[in-house]
Design a protein around this ligand. Structure first.
Ligand SMILES: Nc1ncnc2c1ncn2[C@@H]1O[C@H](COP(=O)(O)OP(=O)(O)O)[C@@H](O)[C@H]1O
Ligand SMILES: [Mg+2]
Length: 338
């Protein structure tokens, strides 16, 4: 496997012309991104962010307005590159009267897979995506989850090196989502590169090597998930202490933010690094630690903060301690009391 990235975008711009006056709207505003071979890459962003517009260009269904877009080192649209891509569209269209098997066979012929190989390949895929029991059922009787599976099987028919899935988990129940996650992980095990878009964050959080967060056509963040979370994680803890003497309370208030105080019981909010100091104090005072809660960011938090941080002043920006103590304290005391 070479170092050539599976996907390379440099200052990629996508504009559409709309309305009577053919006014230009810019929906992707200079996106630069590298997806390495063998990665599971999550392309995240709220609806309207420009994910599908980007994906359509990657798979050659629409043209970039400006910038460079390469697939395995070749300019997008290059036929060799195209042959290495498998694609599941956001809203796949299926002929409802075909059975799952017939549908895949139809596409296998379209892809020019030789007759001798076709049935073995189709059967293997049907098994891989878990629709063996329904292979002879017409697609119109398939559930959304089954449709998604047969769509993924279709995307894998030409044994692609790069699998691009547009919202593969949308509309699926938790079990269906887990199944899709497992299929994606299986692809990675087989050496494939998987690039998929989603606005459902939990799904991405569990399986992606790296993610990019897109909002309004602009890249907000890109990186390994762990790194992203650590970078912006609020490394804070909330400690609840009971049996605190009245005269000791002042002392704690000087060491940390006091967010609750009910009789002998206090709740403090402090940076992780100050925790030991507090514990020592509690020990000295003969007080008692009821609980220590770590505020670990989830991708959801990160996403909300990134997205709302750029488009609204109202959303709390946690990186500035001075300004939003009150907001944070409100949050914390709410969660503490619930
Ligand atoms: N063919 C089109 N013509 C005009 N505007 C479009 C077209 N396709 C998408 N858009 C607009 O581009 C923006 C990004 O859409 P899209 O790429 O579908 O976002 P996402 O997939 O992240 O939800 C949206 O504002 C959408 O309305
Ligand atoms: Mg979309």
């Amino acid at each position: 496997m070479s170092n050539t990235p599976a996907i390379y975008l440099d200052n990629f711009v996508k504009e559409y012309r709309t309305g009577f006056f053919r006014k230009r709207i810019r929906v992707v505003k200079g996106l630069s991104l590298r997806v390495e071979q063998g990665e599971i890459f999550g392309f995240l962003g709220p609806n309207g962010a420009g994910k599908t517009s980007t994906i359509k260009v990657l798979v050659g269904l629409s043209h970039p307005t400006a910038g460079r877009v390469d697939i395995f080192g070749a300019p997008v649209g290059n036929i060799q590159a195209k042959n290495r891509i498998g694609f599941l569209p956001e809203h796949p269209y299926f002929y409802g009267y075909l059975t799952g098997y017939e549908f895949l066979n139809f596409y296998a012929r379209l892809f020019g897979i030789p007759r001798a190989k076709r049935s073995a390949r189709i059967e293997r895929l049907i098994e891989q995506v878990g629709i063996s029991h329904a292979q002879d059922t017409p697609l119109r009787k398939y559930s959304k989850g089954m449709i998604q599976r047969v769509g993924i099987a279709q995307a894998l028919l030409n044994d692609p090196d790069l699998v691009i899935l547009d919202e593969p988990m949308s509309g699926l129940d938790p079990i269906g989502r887990k199944d899709v996650r497992d299929i994606i992980l299986g692809l990675k095990e087989n050496g494939k590169t998987v690039f998929f878009s989603s606005h459902i964050l939990q799904d991405v959080e569990m399986i992606c090597d790296r993610v990019a967060i897109l909002n309004k056509g602009e890249l907000l963040k890109v990186g390994p998930l762990e790194g992203l979370l650590e970078q912006s994680a609020s490394q804070d803890v909330e400690v609840t202490i009971s049996n605190v003497d009245n005269d000791a309370i002042e002392k704690y208030a000087a060491m940390a933010d006091m967010i609750r105080h009910v009789e002998q019981k206090i709740t403090l909010h402090l940076p992780d690094k100050d925790l030991q100091k507090i514990i020592n104090q509690v020990f000295q005072d003969g007080a008692h630690i009821d609980s220590v809660i770590r505020h670990k960011d989830t991708l959801e938090d990160l996403f909300v903060r990134q997205v709302f941080g750029t488009q609204s002043e109202k959303a709390p920006a946690k990186d500035n301690d001075d300004n939003d103590d009150s907001a944070e304290n409100e949050d914390s005391s709410e969660s503490a009391s619930s």
